[in-house]
Design a protein around this ligand. Structure first.
Ligand code: NDP
Length: 341
């Protein structure tokens, strides 16, 4: 059995979902309530591969909200993730994806040192961040969509916002070795990590976000921002492809501007309907088929019975592992989302 640990994107989102699901008493609660709420299994999932194989999974809602980080409720954030992992393990789930901020909280607060959760000793090999599949899918989205917009990648400048992160660094490795891209711009805040990435790649210009934006034909957004930023589209090149892989989204609001094209990043579409309800809640356009690539990674590992933390730690994703998970993705009927917003 596979599992998905997920969370909602904001307090407002959590309140509206509670209202939609018929829990009005939760809908009026503030952040304190969500800090205290325990994890819950809220969906049973059945997925059929195009090979005909069927698997079953569970969705674990951690009750983590990004506002917990913004409001310095760090202990609550840590508790949410550890409790959700213990809950998944106790439910007998073999391989669980740590969706969105779950793996970011895990890494940033060194939760690998805290394997004991009450009477449960966490077995980390039962978990995967799902970031290898996410990075692979984002790269395939760039390859497929940029040429359709008239962007010749061999002459293009690609900016990666969040370049030093787990997903961002993997995307940079792929762009550097698997694609012919004219110029790579590396954007993040910590200069030391940026310089280390530049040295590893042997290329890439380190720029601030404001400097990078007007120079880029393609911008890949994979920064761990608890809240999306407003972008002035007049400052961007035209055409410009924005691939927003953040969860919550890195970009706030809809951008409606001729020549500026936004694609939901790190999203896959399955060839067959998935029996579940959870993707209605995160507002996928086709909820029975579309999902986060990190969640799909745990499905792929379950299909193959690879009960191992395929994606783990930070900045260790290799191009070979991206190719390996990419082959499984195709084998079982997932494809990158290519429809522009
Ligand atoms: P990491 O924590 O590993 O990396 C985050 C990166 O963002 C770092 O380079 C960090 O560098 C940078 N960053 C953070 N804040 C800012 C900022 N304000 N401006 C510029 N750079 C910034 O995160 P992951 O790689 O694990 O995840 C990245 C995003 O992808 C998250 O939003 C996550 O939720 C999402 N995600 C999406 C998935 C999907 O299936 N679509 C799956 C998993 C994650 P620095 O701190 O130095 O600025």
């Amino acid at each position: 059995m596979f599992g998905l640990i997920g969370h909602l994107t904001s307090l407002e989102h959590a309140q509206s979902v509670a209202r939609e699901l018929g829990y009005p008493e939760y809908a009026d609660q503030g952040l304190d309530f969500w800090c205290a709420a325990p994890p819950q299994i809220v969906d049973t999932i059945r997925v059929t591969s195009i090979t005909g194989q069927e698997i079953e999974g569970r969705y674990v809602e951690s009750c983590f909200l990004p506002e917990m980080l913004a409001n310095r409720r760090i202990k609550a954030a840590i508790r949410k993730i550890l409790n959700a992992m213990a809950h998944a393990q106790k439910a007998g789930i073999n391989i669980t994806a740590l969706g969105g901020f779950s793996s970011i909280v895990f890494e940033n607060f060194n939760l690998g040192q805290m394997s004991r959760v009450r009477n449960v000793t966490l077995e980390f090999e039962r978990f995967t961040t799902g970031n290898t599949h996410t990075a692979y899918i984002i790269c395939r989205q760039v390859e497929a969509v940029a040429p359709r917009l008239g962007i010749d990648l061999a002459k293009a400048t690609i900016a990666v916002c969040g370049a030093t992160g787990d997903i961002g660094s993997a995307v940079c490795r792929w762009l550097n070795t698997q694609m012919d891209v004219a110029e790579l711009l590396l954007v993040a805040r910590d200069q030391e990590r940026l310089t280390a990435l530049q040295a590893e790649l042997g290329r890439g210009k380190i720029l601030g976000l404001d400097e990078a934006l007007p120079l880029a034909d393609v911008i890949i957004w994979v920064a761990s921002m608890p809240k999306g930023i407003e972008l002035n589209p007049d400052r961007l090149r035209q055409p410009c492809l924005l691939i927003d892989g953040g969860y919550p989204k890195n970009l706030a609001g809809q951008i409606q501007h001729p020549g500026i094209h936004v694609l939901k990043g790190g999203i896959v579409e399955h060839s067959l309907d998935i029996d579940w309800h959870i993707m209605d809640i995160v507002k996928m356009d086709i909820p029975a088929r579309q999902l986060f690539a990190c969640f799909a990674e745990s499905m792929l590992l379950e299909f193959e019975k690879w009960y191992t933390n395929f994606s783990w730690g930070r900045n260790q994703i290799t191009v070979e592992k991206m190719q390996q998970i990419g082959q499984l993705s195709v084998k079982h009927g997932f494809r990158p989302l290519l429809t522009l917003n």
